[in-house]
Design a protein around this ligand. Structure first.
Ligand SMILES: CC(C)(COP(=O)(O)OP(=O)(O)OC[C@H]1O[C@@H](n2cnc3c(N)ncnc32)[C@H](O)[C@@H]1OP(=O)(O)O)[C@@H](O)C(=O)NCCC(=O)NCCS
Length: 189
């Protein structure tokens, strides 16, 4: 079975307009906490802050050389050895090929390997079941249910808080690797 060649490369200044277009796609905005139409100036301020903030890291997800999505760490807190994270695939035609699963694996390995943190966590809208199930498949545990935490289209919505510890990953890493290899990905040792 063949899989796309997936690379996460650091965000660059030249990615600014692409990100604005992606972030305003209804299919992406519906899963974000804020879903108003983002204008160029607001985006430019956000983008400048994103590149300058030591507590955040952004990567463009490329599949077979084509930019297809964004992954990021935020609230990167070395004093507590933890970080939060999120990602999306902007083009629906890229979904279902294992790219999301590869991104999970890559970010988890980066956080517990290169960054040496102890915990990775995230918040997901309860209705985004594909994503919280995908996280659980990599060993994330549901740690919180934030009731009526975010208003989406004026409707209060619950949010799931999930966490993965370095020790959880040590126990599930091999099985996650094997699943990805089974999907056709070539993984570094
Ligand atoms: C959800 C998303 C990240 C999944 O990425 P993907 O590349 O399509 O997923 P994969 O092909 O790697 O599939 C991984 C697993 O999730 C399952 N899955 C993927 N999309 C699914 C869906 N919509 N519903 C149910 N299961 C789904 C797959 O069956 C697969 O399961 P398996 O490992 O048991 O075979 C991607 O569709 C996406 O970006 N969605 C919109 C944006 C978003 O929700 N971002 C996250 C905000 S927190």
């Amino acid at each position: 079975m063949s899989a796309p060649h997936v690379v996460l490369r650091p965000l660059e200044a030249g990615d600014r307009d692409r990100l604005l277009a992606w972030r305003n796609l209804p299919e992406i905005a519906r899963w974000m906490y804020s879903d108003h139409e983002i204008r160029a100036e607001e985006h430019a301020r956000w983008f400048e802050g994103a590149l300058a903030d030591a507590r955040r890291r952004y990567w463009i997800i490329e599949a077979d050389g084509r930019p297809v999505g964004l992954a990021n760490l935020y609230d990167l807190t070395p004093e507590h050895a933890r970080s939060s994270w999120a990602y999306y695939l902007a083009d629906p035609s890229t979904r279902g090929q294992g790219i999301g699963a590869f991104v999970e694996y890559w970010v988890i390995e980066h956080v517990f390997g290169e960054l040496g943190l102890n915990k990775l966590w995230c918040e997901v809208l309860i209705g985004n079941e594909a994503v919280w199930r995908l996280h659980e498949g990599f060993g994330f545990q549901r740690e919180a249910l934030f009731r009526r935490h975010v208003c989406k289209d004026g409707v209060p919505t619950d949010v799931v808080g999930l966490g993965l510890l370095a020790s959880d990953w040590a126990a599930t890493r091999m099985a996650s690797r094997e699943r990805l290899v089974g999907k056709g990905f070539d993984l570094p040792a």
